[in-house]
Design a protein around this ligand. Structure first.
Ligand code: FMN
Length: 379
């Protein structure tokens, strides 16, 4: 398809990555994409260490091809036990309590952390072995990447700015530098990998970010494009802008191979193209999703940065609400529906979500080949 450094290095038939989409990128879809010649990615960030072990074993049972496991980088400042009580309340907590009232649930005395300890998750990866490890939300602690590389794992980090890409590639100890970088543009669905101090509204779209990341670090490591890529046109455009591979989240999430719940799928089928926005409403970290009542009410009440606490604290405080709403069939109003800006393109390309992940990948590859012919014949 393309003479890609990444495809050669990882022995992939196609430089196409099914980007991790927690909690929908389950073992079966990961193996399906890897078996079809792309790179499947397991979104394991919210998994317990035991579940990560089972999932890696299951994927290895389903495919002999390379696959990736994705985790969140641990926070620079770890939460303390009091953060999981109501000792300190935030403006967002008032809105969360209103939601609880509507759903008939009590405010918990203690909240369950959303993430398992990173060190425990990492230990499983090292014990089980996985061909590719990808991460988002920042830098890995010193020594982690060196250990993974020592175990034969190829390591991919996520950058949303040129500066972040440079930080991940040029670590003081080169053994801790990533092997490849994802340039995640503003269009991307789900959480932003952002970890530098750039203002969120100043972040760049894929068309601007990608060539600048390629110019800054592409001579050292392969660059993977992510954000708004949902059909052959945008895959080819990424390669033209210097990418070694394209990572597609929303597109594969919409394929029928994932466990996307019906309220989320329906929202993607029926929303206007402008329906997504960036929000801290669900987790305290900026993420792109379809606007719903939960987002609107939190945004109305929380106008300052400090009105919503950071990821570990806020994401623990919203879990009971999402769980009860889903149980009551009200996920569309109260749960997150992460999506990239090109969800309507993904909808059309997957024929309203009726294609499998394999069919989606095959259609992408043949579409890119067709476009290449057209491009060459009219040049
Ligand atoms: C539902 C959803 C969940 C996501 N979860 C993760 C995750 O766990 N880890 C991660 O690195 N990226 C996550 N992302 C971001 C994707 O990996 C990828 O960067 C993004 O989907 C690319 O933009 P696109 O959606 O326009 O294709 C998520 C995206 C979505 C839509």
């Amino acid at each position: 398809m393309f003479n890609s450094r990444l495809a050669q290095r990882l022995n992939l038939r196609y430089p196409i990555i099914q980007a991790p989409c927690a909690p929908y990128s389950i073992e079966a879809v990961v193996a399906e994409v890897s078996n079809a010649g792309g790179l499947g990615s397991l979104s394991a960030a919210l998994f317990s260490p035991a579940k990560i072990r089972d999932s890696i074993r299951e994927i290895k049972r389903l495919t002999n091809n390379p696959f990736a496991v994705n985790l969140f980088a641990p926070p620079a400042i770890s939460p303390v036990p009091d953060d999981f009580t109501n000792k300190k309340r935030y403006i967002s907590d008032k809105v969360l309590d209103t939601f609880r009232g509507e759903l008939g649930i009590e405010t918990p005395d203690r909240y369950t952390p959303r993430s398992y300890p990173f060190e425990d998750q990492l230990s499983v990866l090292l014990e089980e072995g996985c061909p590719v490890f990808s991460f988002t939300f920042g830098e890995m602690p010193d020594g982690v990447i060196a250990k993974l590389k020592g175990a034969g794992t190829f390591v991919i980090g996520t950058a949303t700015t040129v500066h972040e890409a440079s930080v991940l590639v040029n670590r003081p100890n080169q053994q801790d530098a990533v092997d490849a970088i994802i340039a995640q543009g503003y269009e991307a669905g789900g959480h932003r990998g952002k970890f530098d101090s750039t203002k969120i509204e100043s972040q760049l779209g894929t068309m601007s970010l990608l060539p600048q990341v390629v110019d800054a670090v592409g001579h050292k490591v392969p660059v993977i494009a992510a954000g708004g890529i949902s059909d052959p046109r945008s895959v080819l455009a990424s390669f033209m802008l210097g990418a070694d591979a394209a990572a597609l989240g929303t597109l594969f999430m919409l394929s029928k191979s994932t466990i996307l719940p019906s309220y989320h799928r329906e929202a993607l089928m029926n929303s206007q193209p402008e329906a997504t926005q960036l929000t801290r409403a669900f987790t305290g970290r900026y993420a792109r999703g379809i606007t719903n009542r939960f987002i609107e009410k939190i945004h109305e009440a929380c106008t300052g940065e400090d009105d919503i606490p950071s990821y570990d604290i806020h994401s623990a405080r919203t879990m009971d609400i999402s769980a009860k709403a889903k149980e009551d069939g009200k996920g569309g109003d109260y749960a997150s529906m992460w999506s990239g800006q090109s969800f309507a393109v993904a909808k059309a390309f997957t024929e309203n979500g009726t294609l499998t992940a394999t069919e989606t990948l095959e259609k992408l590859v043949s579409g890119v080949e067709e476009l290449k012919k057209k491009f060459v014949s009219t040049a």
